[in-house]
Write a protein that binds this ligand. Structure first.
Ligand SMILES: Cc1ncc(COP(=O)(O)O)c(C=O)c1O
Length: 364
């Protein structure tokens, strides 16, 4: 059989995203039980119980299409943030909003500035449309190099991505530093502030979304996938001025968010008790892991999120990863980002972290 359908040249250049294998498959392949997955920055405490209850109630309506406008979730979000309903856009995960923004605003001959290493979806969104990426390497302390990002701007720059906190480093800037950066950027460039993990850091670091009302070129992205524990439902949201969002609305599918996601998002937003539990547990377990890493003489980058980047010094991350897998612990080696000796480890529940540390002790 000959295959003769030719995509544009840039499609051949995309390095496909390689998702991890399902836990059950790793268990089967390696003859293991009770594998601990600390690889995808998921919430170890499960989904918000309010969300689970809301989903159950809504199951009987699955014959209906979802509300394509996301009316009630936007209404709840607008009350929560004290903004207008038309300051919100909903996505099939915040990942979809990244794609929609790039699709909506970029001409083929324009460019996008993104930090590296950072969230792969920024690179994919550009590469899938053949749009040039200008990469800004991180500073030696693994923080985004905001000054270098500014110097990369040229008259063809359309979008700048800022991941705050950054994945995979967990580093972040305070709101006032982000605002200073934004103030140096012309209004015809869209700055996307990706706050997927923002719930994990303290109040002073959270951007004052109200003050952003004055900015017409800022899109803040948030998600229910992390602190709210709803990654499997794919629900995220963007906050911006209505002019910007009404353009993005043209670039999205009419029913891009599923009805269970809409209901779960509404319920999770009200689940204050669960969010507190999640943040408290992450804080306590983060400290436990920091101490354990110190004892094992492993360097780590202080994180503002639910994962930690660790430096194994002279040990190769792929080798340690393989050995950890054999002991039933899945983490993420960072060699794909050029960090040959680093692993990204999601903060788990205490028993999961104990298993990780025991396994690390044995393999290092
Ligand atoms: C920095 C960052 N942004 C956005 C996302 C996407 O989250 P979702 O599409 O699940 O909302 C992730 C997921 O890992 C992430 O790490």
């Amino acid at each position: 059989m000959s295959f003769e359908i030719k995509p544009p040249e840039y499609i051949y250049k995309i390095e496909p995203y390689i998702p991890g294998k399902p836990i059950e498959e790793v268990e089967r392949e390696r003859g293991l039980k009770d594998i601990v997955k600390l690889a995808s920055n998921e919430n170890p405490l499960g989904p918000s119980p309010y969300a689970v209850k809301a989903i159950r109630t809504h199951l009987k309506n699955l014959n209906r299409y979802p509300d394509g406008s996301g009316f009630y979730l936007k209404k709840d979000l607008s009350e929560y943030f004290k903004l207008k309903q038309d300051n919100f856009i909903l996505g099939n995960g915040s990942n979809e909003l990244i794609d929609i923004a790039v699709r909506t605003f970029c001409y083929k001959d324009e460019n996008i500035i993104a930090p590296f290493p950072s969230f792969v979806a920024y690179y994919l969104a550009a590469e899938q449309l053949g749009i040039k990426l200008k990469i800004s390497n991180l500073l030696p302390d693994y923080k985004l190099d905001l000054d270098s990002m500014l110097t990369l701007i040229d008259d063809k720059t359309k979008i700048i991505f800022v991941s705050n906190p950054n994945n995979p480093t967990g580093t972040f800037y305070k709101a006032k530093e982000i605002l200073k950066f934004i103030n140096n950027i012309k209004k015809d460039i869209l700055v996307i502030i990706d706050e997927a993990y923002i719930e994990y850091i303290s109040g002073e670091s959270i951007l004052d979304l109200i003050s952003l009302k004055e900015y017409s070129n800022i899109l803040v992205l948030r998600t229910f996938s992390k602190a709210y524990g709803l990654a499997g439902l794919r629900i995220g949201y963007g906050i911006a001025c209505n002019e910007l969002l009404s353009l993005m609305d043209r670039g999205r599918e009419p029913f891009n968010v599923n009805s269970l996601g809409l209901e779960a998002g509404r319920a999770a937003l009200k689940d204050k008790e669960f969010i507190k539990k999640v943040i408290d547990s992450n804080e306590a377990e983060k400290k436990y892991l920091y101490n354990a890493f110190k004892m094992l003489n492993i360097n780590y980058v202080e994180t503002g999120a639910n994962f930690i980047l660790v430096d194994l010094k002279d040990k190769k991350a792929v080798d340690i990863n393989e050995k950890l897998l054999n002991k039933g612990v899945i983490v993420r080696p960072m060699n794909r980002f050029g960090y040959e000796n680093m692993l990204r480890i999601t903060v788990g529940k205490h028993n999961e972290n104990l298993k990780l540390i025991t396994a690390l002790k044995e393999v290092i």
